[in-house]
Design a protein around this ligand. Structure first.
Ligand SMILES: [Zn+2]
Length: 114
C-alpha cells in the first residue's frame, strides 16, 4: 500500500511542526489530495489511523479535501474539470491540455494544542 509510505512521510512533517510549535498534541490534519495524485483517500484514512497510535497525533482527525483534475486548453484557453480523465477539450476538441490542479498532495492545515 503506497499510502503507508505517504503517511510515514506525513508523520515526520507533523512531528517536526509540533516540535517547532512546542505543541502537546495534534488535533486536526487537513490534506489536499488531487484526483491524479495516485492516492486513494480511503486507504490514506486507514493508514493514518494505523500510524497515529502512540504518536503526538493519536487523537487527531484527518480531513481529506479532494481536488478535482482541472485543465486548461492551450488552443482556446478554456478551463475545465475532467472527471473522466479524457484529455480532450470539450469545447474545441484539442488534445493540448495543460493540467492546472489535481496532482497535488498537500498539507493544507494543521491544528495543534500547546
Ligand atoms: Zn479548446
Amino acid at each position: 500500500m503506497h499510502e503507508l509510505s505517504i503517511v510515514a512521510n506525513l508523520f515526520e512533517i507533523l512531528e517536526e511542526k509540533a516540535e517547532e510549535a512546542k505543541a502537546k498534541k495534534i488535533v486536526l490534519v487537513k490534506l489536499q489530495v488531487g484526483a491524479l495524485s495516485g492516492v486513494i483517500p480511503e486507504f490514506l484514512n486507514t493508514a493514518f489511523d494505523i500510524y497515529k497510535k502512540e504518536t503526538i497525533a493519536s487523537e487527531a482527525k484527518l480531513v481529506i479535501a479532494e481536488v478535482p483534475l482541472k485543465v486548461q486548453c492551450q488552443k482556446c484557453q478554456t478551463e475545465m474539470i475532467k472527471d473522466d480523465y479524457v484529455f480532450i477539450c470539450s469545447k474545441c476538441g484539442s488534445t493540448e491540455l495543460e493540467t492546472i490542479s489535481g496532482t497535488e498532495l498537500l498539507l493544507e492545515k494543521l491544528e495543534m494544542e500547546v
